[in-house]
Design a binder for this molecule. Structure first.
Ligand code: CP3
Length: 341
């Protein structure tokens, strides 16, 4: 029986098939939108934008208002969790995030300053009060391994330091990922309390690990987060995004206990279909095809719908939207997904 009370995103996450499928885009708020660039100027810094509830709520709602996605995703960042664990985090324009590097595991304290993130939860409450009855609200956090990559290395794009710990400092990495997993659990729990209807765990650098390392530092801490949240919030579905996990996507889906997986654009449609037999999948248009638009994008969208549309499926990108993406291409994508010519 169709559950008419539920929003389309939540119907699919509970295993239903919808045609057309619900859609939203990773990083759907951001610099490709002129209204975001204006808001960002008004806020001053990116972190000020994240920590001012009215502005973060506005950034969250901007893409939904313009394109009518089926879900809003909280405007925030994965690095607010290390910040609340006492690590210094800054974002320099055009240069990505920067953290103080971690020399040894003992430097990372266990005390998670949840009060510091109160503006994030306030933003969620504001968004919730303004969303339509059909639009889902997504909270999120980084996966412990991905957060460890930033916390250890201190900056994006260079994860040699974290990789080195995989070889020479197993107990240190166990400690760091455990502390991060506990903080992520608290942060996601507070987001659910504030109105998030589902949460996504972004493990963007999962693909750096394989075999036993993947099991120990991606699957195991994620499984603890999922287990703890599930006990407290059994009704709230959890989406996992172990980006570039390749052949390990199946193990991640089955062993972490997430309700759905988000697929990066490297996952073939055959593999995606096989994963869909375990549960709902989300993805996985190449963001470069959305940025390019035209026939190439349209064909790729139709191929994805054809392959995955007959099972539980949420349309999304295979990674975040690129800042150079023309807004017209996103409008066109929305039309295509709603069955337009
Ligand atoms: O999806 C959304 O619209 C919600 C907001 C969101 C942001 N970051 C806002 C943001 C989400 C879900 C994230 C997640 C995030 N942040 C990830 C995981 C997903 C992924 O992309 O792999 C990671 C690794 C980060 C860390 C981070 N934050 C990086 C590496 C950067 C710099 C790169 C960039 O795009 O500038 C950020 C900054 C950031 N986070 C911006 C936004 C809108 C750009 C800030 C700005 O200049 O306005």
């Amino acid at each position: 029986m169709k559950n008419q009370a539920k929003k389309p995103l939540l119907q699919v996450l509970s295993g239903e098939t919808l045609s057309p499928p619900p859609w939203w885009l990773m990083r759907q708020a951001g610099r490709y939108l002129s209204e975001y660039r204006e808001l960002r100027k008004k806020a001053g810094s990116f972190l000020d934008l994240c920590y001012t509830p009215e502005l973060a709520a506005e950034a969250t709602l901007q893409p939904v208002r313009r394109f009518g996605m089926d879900a809003a995703i909280l405007f925030s960042d994965i690095l607010v969790v290390p910040a609340a664990l006492g690590r210094q985090v800054s974002f320099r324009d055009g240069d990505g995030p920067s953290l103080e590097p971690l020399n040894e595991a003992g430097e990372l304290g266990e005390s998670f300053d949840q009060a510091m993130l109160e503006p994030v939860y306030a933003a969620l409450r504001l968004v919730k009060s303004q969303l339509s009855d059909e639009t889902g609200l997504i909270g999120f956090a980084g996966g412990p391994w991905t957060l460890a990559c930033y916390v250890i290395a201190g900056r994006g794009g260079d994860f040699a330091a974290a990789k080195a710990w995989c070889k020479t400092n197993h107990s240190g990495l166990d400690r760091v990922t455990s502390i991060l997993a506990a903080a992520v659990t608290a942060h996601l729990g507070a987001q659910i309390e504030a109105g998030a209807e589902t949460v996504q765990i972004f493990d963007s650098w999962a693909g750096l690990l394989a075999g036993e390392q993947f099991r120990r530092w991606v699957i195991a801490p994620t499984k603890r987060i999922v287990g703890n949240l599930r006990r407290r919030y059994p009704q709230t579905p959890i989406i996992g995004f172990p980006r570039n996990a390749g052949a390990l996507y199946g193990a991640y889906f089955a062993e972490t206990g997430v309700d759905a997986v988000s697929l990066d654009w490297g996952v073939s449609l055959d593999q995606a279909r096989a994963l869909q037999t375990h549960g709902p999948v989300q993805g996985n248009l190449d963001p470069a095809l959305l940025a390019a638009g035209g026939k190439g994008m349209e064909k790729a969208v139709r191929d994805i719908l054809q392959a995955l549309g007959s099972g539980p499926f949420v349309f999304n990108l295979g990674h975040g939207i690129l800042p150079e993406t023309p807004v017209g291409n996103v409008t066109r994508l929305g039309e295509l997904l709603r069955g337009g010519p």
